[in-house]
Every structure is written in structure tokens, then in C-alpha cells.
Ligand binder design. Structure first.
Ligand code: F6P
Length: 405
């Protein structure tokens, strides 16, 4: 067996990020001058079968014998193509399909014996991410003539049909079981010698951020009078700034803008989205500003005067100090990290990702990339007339603060 060449087999229920991960793997291999190609069963099916045969969830029911034979045929075609690819100049053949049953995986093992096989199981059960992914799936060609709600229902049924035959990876000789939202490996098994093993492991756990535009909401009524927290709207100046952002980012294609649940970030994001061809604003609670507890809506002066113990305790240890009934920076860290993972997951296909956040939230996001000492994080500079542009891939790191007007 030649262990320089490899079959990578994706596995997981629909909408778990298999295809996006397959693309990420291919891109990373190519950057490392390793010829790699994806063989996607769904794409093959879409090419050869009329839409009317495959939009219904019935097509994916395990007891639909006729459809099962057809789906196995497509799997076999791709296996044969993958084998020929590796017999030639190819080094990694990525088989992208659900492959959730042990029977299907045995068929793969039977057919591909010339090189090792490494399976990658993608797991993710976050309800919010799933519903956003499913909404995106309804843009697939097979749903083109169906109202979005009906398409979503069919897709959910399709997932349930796959779940009926789902067997987690266990018997297979080599595998990773991956939390595809958190980029975290749960479990791994390595029986064969696989020369690319370390590179693959590194790719699986690395966040790839091609371009992150990190923006703070523009000026609000509360900002002018120095009040913290709350849910105020933009001032006239803030609206002008938001429009300038919209104008500036017209030259970039932004598919999603992630905001908090607060009016000020949504209002800023909408002014940017308005100038894009297709752009969806997604509000995540994980990006809400630090909760000021009993100090919400007060000015820093009020706090200093009326609650001097709060003021001085926070000044003494700003990162760890939690407002009474509120949060500290340290407490925000896990939720902001989860928000980031969600944003990266949903945005994986796109070149650009945009987040419109708040002062404290943006500091935590920057800290994720900057590895600042905790004590310094609450003092990172977050202006409202500039934005941060961040690139963080395996081969490139970039960090710039730029004006937009
Ligand atoms: O003042 C704007 C604001 O976003 C407040 O809502 C928030 O409490 C504060 O910034 C966070 O900054 P700091 O941690 O420096 O008080």
C-alpha cells in the first residue's frame, strides 16, 4: 500500500459543514503543493438526475430501494474516478458525501484498497447554526421551484432519513471525529501510516479567516452622553458614519454581516447591507455588549460618584471584575468565542466576513487573534471612525486599523 497517497472520506449528516471542510482541505493541500481533488456525490446526482426526482425527502429514505441503488451508483462512479485520479498525478482524493451508514463505508473500503483511507466525521448540533445552514441549503437547485418553508421542511426530513441509518465511526481503521463548529477533534484513531496525518490534523483545528472586517457600531445617543450599555439608536453623525461604511464596503462582496442583538449594531450593519447585492444581517446574542448589570445606562461619572467601590474595584482589575448582576471581560470570553465560531462556520465559503460589534466585544474578538495579556485586553483601542482588517490563514497573518471615510 502506498501511504503517500490518500483517500479522505467525509462523513456526517447533511448541513454539518462537510463540503465546506472538504474545500478548506483541498485549498490547504494545494497551498502545500499537494494535488488534491474533491469527488462530490451530490453534485454528480444533480448533474445526472432531473430535479423532480430528488427534491423530495423520499428519495433519501433508507427503504427506497430504487433510489438507494441510484445513490450507490453515484458513489461507485466517484470511487472509480478517485481511484483513477490517485493512479495518476493526484495525491489526495476527497470523497464528499454523507456516508453515514456502516454498509456504505464498507463498500468504500471494499472498493478502495490501493491506498489508506482516512474518514472525517463532522458533528454539530447547534440549533441556531443548523437552522441557518438549512435556510442556506434551500438555495440548492433541487429546491428552486419550491417555497422556502416547504424546502426547509423537506430538507429536515432528509436529515431524519439519514439519521435512521447513522453509525458513528468506530470500526474504521483511520478516522477523526470532529466538532465542525468548534474545529475541535473529539476522537481519533490511526492504524495505517499516513504521511499527511499531521498536516490534516493542523488544517482541521485551524480557523481560516481570509478577510475579517471588524467594525464597531457608529455613534449612538448613549455614546454622546457617555452612558454605558442600554439599547440606544444611532445619532445623525452615527447614521452618516454608517452610510460612509456602506459606501466604503461597496467594493467588497459581503454575504453575511454578523451583529449583536442591539439596535446600534443592526442599524450600522443595515446601512452596509443596503449597498451590497446580496447580504444577510445575522444577529447573534453572543456578540451583545458586556452586561453592565446594575450600572447599565449610567455614565462613568455617575458610577464613580454613586458607587465608588464598583468604580475602583473595576479600575483595579478590569479584566476579571464583574459588574454586580453583570459581566466581566473574562466572563464574556467563552460566549464571544462561540459567536466567532458560528460566524466562521456560516461564512466558510466566502472571501470576506464582517462583524459589527461593540467596544468590549470587539476587544475580545481582537484578543482572539492578538494573544494579548488578559490585563491589557480591556484597553485595546476600538475607535468608531476606523475598522480592523484581519487576515489569519496558515500562510498569512495581517492586522490593520483603517479609516473608512
Ligand atoms: O461606552 C460604550 C460601551 O460599549 C459600553 O456599552 C460598555 O459598557 C463599554 O463600552 C465597555 O468598555 P469599558 O470596558 O472600557 O467600560
Amino acid at each position: 500500500m502506498n501511504n503517500v497517497k490518500l483517500y479522505l472520506v467525509m462523513m456526517g449528516l447533511p448541513a454539518r459543514g462537510k463540503s465546506t471542510l472538504a474545500i478548506r482541505l483541498r485549498e490547504a493541500f494545494q497551498k502545500n503543493r499537494i494535488p488534491a481533488r474533491i469527488f462530490n456525490n451530490g453534485n454528480l446526482r444533480r448533474k445526472h438526475l432531473p430535479i423532480k426526482e430528488t427534491f423530495s425527502a423520499d428519495f433519501y429514505h433508507p427503504q427506497n430501494a430504487e433510489a438507494r441503488l441510484l445513490r450507490n451508483d453515484f458513489a461507485l462512479i466517484n470511487m472509480n474516478r478517485a481511484r483513477s485520479y490517485l493512479a495518476g498525478a493526484g495525491q489526495v482524493a476527497i470523497l464528499d458525501a454523507a456516508n453515514v451508514s456502516r454498509a456504505r463505508r464498507m463498500m468504500i473500503e471494499e472498493n478502495l484498497k490501493d491506498h489508506p483511507i482516512l474518514f472525517i466525521e463532522c458533528l454539530n448540533d447547534d440549533d441556531e447554526i443548523l437552522s441557518l445552514m438549512i435556510e442556506a441549503k434551500t438555495k440548492l437547485p433541487e429546491f428552486s421551484r419550491m417555497p422556502s418553508k416547504k424546502a426547509q421542511a423537506e430538507f429536515l426530513k432528509r436529515i431524519e432519513h439519514y439519521r435512521m441509518i447513522y453509525t458513528p465511526l468506530r470500526e474504521e481503521r483511520n478516522f477523526f471525529r470532529l466538532d465542525s463548529l468548534q474545529n475541535r477533534i473529539f476522537e481519533e484513531k490511526l492504524t495505517d501510516k499516513i504521511s499527511l496525518y499531521l498536516l490534516i490534523k493542523d488544517i482541521l483545528v485551524t480557523d481560516v479567516v481570509k478577510n475579517l472586517f471588524l467594525i464597531r457600531h457608529t455613534q449612538t445617543r448613549h455614546n454622546v452622553i457617555d452612558r454605558i450599555g442600554g439599547d440606544s439608536t444611532l445619532t445623525a453623525k452615527g447614521i452618516t458614519q454608517a452610510r460612509a461604511l456602506g459606501h466604503f464596503f461597496q467594493r467588497h462582496e459581503i454575504s453575511y454581516i454578523f451583529t449583536s442583538n442591539k439596535k446600534r449594531t443592526i442599524q450600522t450593519a443595515r446601512a452596509i447591507a443596503e449597498r451590497q447585492k446580496y447580504c444577510k444581517v445575522i444577529s447573534l446574542k453572543e456578540f451583545d455588549e458586556i452586561n453592565g448589570g446594575i450600572c447599565e445606562g449610567l455614565t462613568y461619572k455617575d458610577i464613580e460618584k454613586n458607587m465608588p467601590e464598583v468604580f475602583s474595584a473595576r479600575a483595579a482589575n478590569k479584566y476579571h471584575y464583574a459588574y454586580p448582576q453583570g459581566e466581566s471581560y473574562a466572563m464574556m470570553k467563552p460566549r464571544v468565542e462561540t459567536g466567532l465560531k458560528k460566524a466562521f462556520f456560516l461564512n466558510r465559503h466566502a472571501e470576506n466576513i464582517m462583524i459589527v460589534g461593540h467596544q468590549a466585544v470587539n476587544r475580545m474578538i481582537l484578543a482572539h487573534f492578538l494573544f494579548r495579556r488578559d490585563d491589557d485586553v480591556p484597553y485595546i483601542y476600538i475607535p468608531q471612525d476606523q475598522f480592523y482588517h484581519i487576515v489569519s490563514t496558515q500562510n498569512k497573518k495581517l492586522f490593520e486599523l483603517k479609516p473608512y471615510a
